[in-house]
Structure formats: C-alpha cells, structure tokens
Design a protein around this ligand. Sequence first.
Ligand code: ATP
Ligand code: MG
Length: 430
Amino acid sequence: MGEPIQPVRGMNDVLPEHIAAWQHFESCTREVLGAYGYEEIRVPLLERTELFKRAIGEHTDVVGKEMYTFIDRGGDSLTLRPEATAGIVRALISNSMLRGQRHKLWCLGPMFRHEAPQAGRYRQFWQVDVEAVGCPGPDVDAELIALSARLWRNLGLQGLRLEINSLGTPESRRAYRARLTDYLRAHSTQLDADSERRLEGNPLRILDSKNPAMQELIAGAPLLTEHLDAESRKHFEELCALLHAVGVEFSINPRLVRGLDYYNRTVFEWITAATSAQNAVCSGGRYDGLIPQLGGDATPAVGFAMGVERLVTLLVRAGRAPAPVRPHLYVVVNGAAVTERALQITEHLRDQRPGLRIELNLGGGNFKAQFRRADKSGAPLALIVAGDELARGMIGMKPLRQTSGQSECPLDELPTAVDQALRALGALED
Ligand code: ATP
Ligand code: MG
C-alpha cells in the first residue's frame, strides 16, 4: 500500500454537502445575467504566458510572482489563467468578433494564483467574470454595477458596500504617477519593503497597501481624483448620477486602485463587512486600452469578476443556502430473489415520473440495515419490493419520518399512489 497522496496546497475540493449552495449561487447568477442580456462564453484554462504578461502587466503581483507557468512538451510557455478577462479578449480577437460589434459576455470557472493560502484566499479559486465590450459611456458601467447589486439582493446577501473611483486616462494617470512618485521618494524612510519594491514599477499599488504602518503616509499622498482629465471627470460624474438614479448606494474611495494594470476611468469594488481580511467579493472596472494592446481593433470595454468561494461562504453564513437535495423515495429490496424486479420497477417508475429522485437499495443487506440506510438518505417515503406482495401484484409503501404504518398499492397504480403519498407528506413540489 502506498502513502496517501496529498492535495495541492490552496486547492479545494467542493464536497457534495456544499454543492447545493454552489448551484444556488450559480443559478441565481445565470438568471440575473440572462435578465440583462449577457451571454456565456467558455475559454481555455491555459493560454500563452505572453497573453497575461501583456494584458496584466509585468509589474503586477499576479504576473511577477503568482502565475502557474510551465513549458509544455512542445516547448511553448503556457500559464494557467490567473483571471478571465485576458482570455476573453484573446477569444474575441481570435474569432474576429470585434469589428465595431458589441458583446455582453460572462464566464464561470477556476483561476489559479500562487498566493499564500488562508481563509478566503486560495491558489485555485472560482470567479464569475462579466464583460461588456464595445461601449465607452458610463451608462454601461452603471448598468453593470446595478446588475451586481441585483444579484446580492436576489441571493439575500446584506452588508455589502460599494466603493468606486476613477483612474482617469493613461495620460492623466502618468502625470499623477510622477507626482505620487515624487511624494513617496520625499518620504522614502517611511516606506516598507514591499512599497520600496513597487516604487519604480507600480507606485499606485502602494496606495492599496494593507500595512497599518503605511496608512499615515498614504493618507497624505496626493489624490488621483484631483488630477483627473476633464473627460474622465465628466464620465465619473455621470456614472455617479446614474447610480443615484437607480438607487445604488456607493462611496467614493479616492485611493481605490486595482491590482491589474489594464484599468482606466471607472474602478469599483464590493466589500463585505462580515470578514475583516479577504473582504473584497467583486471587483472591476473599465479597460479601454486593453484590446488594442492585445492586437485587436480599438474597442472600449468594462467588466468585473466576483470571487465565488467568498460569496458562497457569505450565503452559507447568512443561512441563505438551500438545504441539500434529498431523494423522494428509497426502494427497499426484500431478498436477493427480487433484485431484478426491483430494478425493473424502479426504472419503469423513473420513465413515468422523470422528476422523481429515487434511490434504489443496492448491494443487498437485511431489512433492518436497508431501513437504516433509507432513514439516512432523508427520503420521506420507502417502497418495499417483496416476493409475496409481488405475487399478488402489489408493492409496499411506508412513510419514513412518521409513525403511520405500512400500506400497499397495486403495482400498475404505483405512479399515482406515489404522487398521492408524497403530497400527503408535503414532499412533492407541484
Ligand atoms: P484581493 O484584493 O482579495 O487579492 P484582487 O484585487 O486580487 O483581490 P481580482 O483579481 O480583481 O481581485 O479578482 C476579483 C475577485 O476574485 C476578488 O474580489 C475576490 O473576491 C476573488 N479573488 C481574488 N483572488 C482570490 C484568491 N486567491 N482566492 C479566492 N478568491 C479570490
Ligand atoms: Mg489579489
């Protein structure tokens, strides 16, 4: 016997007991996205490393130290996707889908980042990614944010707070970046090691530092919002007005910058009050420059990604996750001699009542053991297939969570008898 093989650190199994919560999250998400006209797209988990380097930026943490990159057998450098936007944009270009057209797309799947695993932070984690491609105006930004707010309402999640900011154009950001770098250099003795490293490559990221010792320095830094170009300021003011108009509450956080380089103008983040660390559940923004940077026709776009594990955890904590699915019926098989008939009867009932969840006792066992399994299954009703009843054309039926006794019904009336019994037990959704 070999040693058990260890799972990969930071990569989780989603066990059957948690699937109901995940599926509930997924179906609510699909429904809301459908209501806004978004279409699903599925892109590969692997892309050429170059794609992420060009899209996300060499100076970001993601590209600098978090990617799962390897050389495949053909000698190509490939990377497990750390996020979905780059792959979706690549797909739009590869499939000639741009050319002045608009697309509203979403994608669900696992992402991979080599981070320090902890609660709410994993090395494989799932995201729902939503992208609106082809519109420059703040109306699409506002609608995207309203979509996310509607999803929280439909899921029954409370206590999520929205922060927004504008990063301006790349030009205004460059001017601001120079001022910020001057300020930080003038206070270089107060920088921690991480910030010193970021000072040259990605100084805006320093504003995002969680280090308490850095907060005073950050609070005194010049504000990006004060350096916005006129167009970006107008875009941002319109976005704020549109959010007011549809009743989405927000606060402006002038220090909100995103970890990925490709954003311009609108950035936003939904934050939960339920956890102190790993409190961002959904982040996004506008990325008008990314598509040409990846070789596509210049096309404006805006999008966001939400962290499925973090949201499912909130759902479960709020008691809004549905109970695990239980069978309607458990079929007890009284003796090996009736195994074949039991299988036939169960298959036939599945033909006649496709919606019923029927668990047939497999692998034998005495009567007592089978009823123990039946109880454990959570089914409200047992069917009992036994030789003497079958000889009379009958089948036994017994409620499992009530004291009322066993009854029997003619085999050819089984579907209606089951319907009636389940209804009487309150176990059949009409
Ligand atoms: P964080 O600040 O928490 O590191 P981020 O800025 O890196 O998040 P994005 O890259 O914008 O996040 O991803 C969008 C969402 O995906 C986040 O808001 C979060 O909910 C989720 N997410 C990001 N990284 C992880 C991770 N390692 N494990 C679990 N969820 C994650
Ligand atoms: Mg991160």
